[in-house]
Design a protein around this ligand. Structure first.
Ligand SMILES: [Zn+2]
Ligand SMILES: [Zn+2]
Length: 280
């Protein structure tokens, strides 16, 4: 019944997340080359032939780069929004098994349920997804590339056991950093990326007693630092009494073995203990 997440890598040079149960393995986004995806899977000892499907959130290259190559090589279906597929046809050879999915229509695959929700980002049909292990009900929310966390995104991400959440930039580092003004405006805009401060705000809003772990993702290498992101988000979460793990997903190597089943049990056990002693 184990449910695990592995961030194969996250940042502006590539994003990919593997979710696995004993029955089903899926990859959300294929933002590395086919070879790089294989290398990262090998590093966590997951054979590519054991993957059931790819799910793509939007057409930006840091989410799609290897999708065609990887899907063709390993004969995998690609779940993708229709408009997204149209806008990155150069990456597709035409003979892939393309399955259209869209916001509000969950997809069941093995014992996983993938629920896409529309986000606010400068792509043609950008999606965030939650992935639920149907039997246990455990839920992982994956939300990066968010300009603004809309009501529907905030609603979809409620009551997650594990949240993989964008903390793209520090406001000051972005303002004073090396990017041209137009790019700074794009990143900080309504259709850009979440800052540490915005991630902290969203994290505290989504906090609930069962939230068993948070992974900060899609960190900018020029305009953020892992320690700073953890400090800003961690401080805000502390005010809510959050004491579960808070990690950062690196760009260059996998953050592997996030055992959602174990994390959820750990967060629930103190309450079970209380309940046990009260009932004695
Ligand atoms: Zn991205
Ligand atoms: Zn994007």
């Amino acid at each position: 019944m184990t449910f695990r997440a592995h961030v194969l890598g996250s940042g502006s040079r590539g994003n990919s997340i593997l979710l696995e149960t004993p029955e089903t393995r899926i990859i959300v986004d294929a933002g590395f080359s086919g070879r790089q995806l294989e290398r990262r899977l090998a590093a966590i000892e997951v054979p590519p032939e054991s993957i059931s499907a790819l799910f793509i959130t939007h057409e930006h290259r840091d989410h799609t780069q290897g999708m065609g190559v990887f899907a063709r090589r390993w004969n995998l279906p690609i779940y993708i929004a229709r408009a997204t597929a149209g806008s990155c046809s150069a990456l597709l050879g035409g003979d892939e098994d393309i399955r259209f999915y869209r916001a509000g229509r969950p997809v069941d695959l093995g014992d996983l349920r993938v629920e896409p929700v529309l986000t606010c980002h400068d792509a043609i049909d950008p999606l965030a997804v939650t992935v639920r292990q149907r039997q246990s009900g455990l839920k992982v929310g994956i939300a990066t590339d968010l300009g603004t966390p809309t009501v529907s995104v905030r609603h979809a991400l409620q009551r997650c056991d594990l949240l993989i959440l964008e903390a793209n930039h520090d406001d000051v580092m972005l303002r004073t950093g090396p990017y041209p003004w137009s790019l700074k405006r794009r990143i900080a805009g309504r259709h850009g990326h979440l800052s540490n401060r915005a991630a902290a705000q969203l994290g505290t809003e989504l906090h609930h007693a069962g939230l068993a772990g948070i992974v900060l993702a899609h960190l900018s290498q020029e305009c953020n630092e892992p320690g700073l992101a953890v400090e800003v988000v961690g401080e805000a979460l502390e005010t809510k009494g959050y004491a579960a793990p808070l990690r950062v997903a690196p760009q260059d190597e996998p953050l592997a073995g996030l055992d959602v089943t174990e994390m959820a049990a750990a967060i629930r056990s103190p309450q079970l203990g209380l309940w046990d002693s009260a009932s004695r």
